[in-house]
Design a protein around this ligand. Structure first.
Ligand code: MSP
Length: 502
């Protein structure tokens, strides 16, 4: 069976409402998934929710609900959120679903039978907030545990451990032999640095039921539930397997994650798979974190960006545009309302929107909306921009791709100023030249709609609608200059990004 491109996001904890960080990850993943479709490969995009563990159990208790009801209620909001963002996901996983739990139990049993786990007593400190055991190394210079661990409790308990150490050298070699396994490079170096400087400690994969009941029972010991990260990571495989598409989808092409969960994805997950004799994903693509006004987003101080409110006010594509254009995949970013409004005004309303509007208005006014004879004055520039964009999309350089498109938009706005079709229209001797200019502009509008498909799907459709062309997915690499045919009658333009005087 042919391998399909398979891409995932991290699955979010259901202990609150989605914010900008969650939206960003889902949108960049969506742009990559859609790019693949627009470059000729089918793609499957998976996102969803991480519903087990102490954090969620605690949140449910604080809300006076049982954990499953609490998750069911919130899951509706998160699913609606995925729709609100216009995601092209092919499935939505919830880790409390039977189809997922069955596969987790299968993997656990397999590893247990292979002798990868052993039992031992642990005495030490535990952070419920991070769902992890702490060691002396986690203390700061004052001998205290960092506030990121929240309240730390002392524990003595028996648990199951996974022998990670025996795979450490294999993982180092794998990362060295596959330079793209962790991207960008600074994150790869971070993982290699960690693996080369520290001995991997064995991973505790169980929690006693008496302390934490909200989890998947260990198939070989009903006194325990599965450690939430072991459960959650398995979602990437459980869904392809559950829907009968493992051979077509696995191994995943890209897991998109935030920088805080790198170790789980670049160390634990590949080792889990290797131990289970399964193939490991081709790439872990790591993005940075957003702040708002140079400060950590935090509900308690009210310093948050609510993506739904922004989308309701400015439109989905304006939001998608801003987050991808503002922040490259890798570094940290900063949201400001002023920055958003400035990009909206300059790049969407005046840049793209105005160009499409004036091009199609002039075609309407001077040629009754009928496309003139083909001409190729801008063919070279357009082809150059397209080739660059295709390369950037293939390399997941999403921000750079937008810059390529916007350089072409700037070139077009300059072309209108230089050729001044509104002046030519007054001179009957220039009718032929006017036709040429209008063709160049209209064909460029069509190409922009093609190039914008992965980034701004709604806007791309609206441009196609205004051009009176079908809205099927078009292969970006294969759609070239001159496909717009003379005689095509376009529709009246409508403002794509109305100006806001704010
Ligand atoms: N449930 C785990 C992931 C399990 S994946 C098998 C988790 N959930 S989370 O809800 O805390 O975070 C989900 C994703 O959102 C992570 O990739 C995280 O990095 C990302 N972000 C959370 N806050 C963010 C920002 N402020 N900015 C950008 N991304 C952020 O971790």
């Amino acid at each position: 069976m042919n391998k399909q491109f398979y891409i995932t996001t991290a699955i979010d904890y259901v202990n609150g409402q989605p914010h900008l960080g969650h939206a960003y990850e889902k949108i960049i993943t969506d742009v990559i998934a859609r790019s693949q479709c627009c470059l000729g490969s089918e793609s499957f995009y998976l996102t969803g929710l991480d519903e087990h563990g102490q954090k969620v159990q605690q949140a449910a208790e604080d809300n006076g609900q049982n954990a499953q009801d609490y998750c069911n209620n919130l899951a509706e909001d998160w699913q609606a959120f995925a729709t609100k963002l216009g995601l092209s996901n092919g499935d939505f996983v919830r880790t409390t679903e039977e189809r997922h739990k069955t596969v987790v139990a299968e993997i656990l049993q397999g590893l247990y039978d292979k002798g990868e786990f052993y039992q031992k007593e642990y005495v030490g400190f535990y952070s419920a907030k991070q769902e992890s055991f702490l060691t002396e190394k986690d203390r700061n210079d004052n001998g205290e545990f960092d506030p990121i661990y929240g309240e730390v409790q002392e524990l003595r308990e028996n648990n199951y451990y996974f022998k990670l150490g025996q795979y450490q050298q294999w993982l180092i070699e794998h990362i060295e032999a596959n330079p793209n396994f962790v991207a960008p490079d600074n994150r790869r170096n971070e993982v290699l640095g960690f693996l080369k400087n520290e001995n991997l400690e064995d991973l505790c994969i169980s929690r006693p039921k008496e302390r934490l009941s909200w989890g998947i029972p260990l198939p070989f010991d009903s006194d325990y539930v599965t450690y939430v990260w072991f459960d959650a990571l398995t979602n990437y495989l459980s869904i392809p397997r559950a829907i009968g598409r493992e051979s077509e989808l696995w191994p995943a092409d890209i897991h998109v994650i935030g920088k805080d969960i790198l170790k789980f994805h670049a160390v634990y997950w590949p080792i889990m798979l290797r131990a289970a004799n399964l193939e490991i994903p081709k790439q872990i693509l790591v993005h940075g974190w957003w702040q708002k006004d140079n400060q950590k987003m935090s509900k308690s101080t009210g310093n948050v960006v609510d993506p739904v409110a922004v989308i309701d006010e400015w439109g989905l594509d304006a939001f998608r545009y801003y987050v991808v254009r503002e922040l490259d995949i890798g570094p940290d970013g900063n949201w400001t309302d002023e920055g958003f409004a400035a990009r909206y005004g300059a790049e969407l309303a005046n840049g793209l929107g105005n160009l499409i509007n004036r091009s199609l208005s002039m075609l309407g006014r001077y040629r009754d909306g009928v496309v003139p004879e083909a001409h190729d004055e801008l063919a070279h520039d357009a082809t150059e921009a397209r080739d660059k964009l295709v390369e950037q999309l293939r390399a997941n350089e999403l921000q750079a791709g937008l810059m390529t498109i916007w350089s072409y938009i700037a070139r077009l706005n300059q072309y209108v100023d230089e050729t001044a079709p509104f002046k030519m229209a007054k001179d009957p001797n220039q009718a032929k030249r006017l036709g040429e200019v209008l063709y160049n502009l209209t064909e460029s509008c069509r190409l922009l709609a093609v190039w914008l498909q992965p980034y701004l799907p709604t806007t791309s459709h609206r441009i196609m609608e205004q051009l009176n062309l079908p809205k099927d997915i078009i292969n970006i690499a294969q759609s070239g200059w001159g496909e717009l045919t003379a005689g095509q009658k376009v529709n009246k333009p409508e403002a794509l990004f109305p100006r806001r005087d704010k």
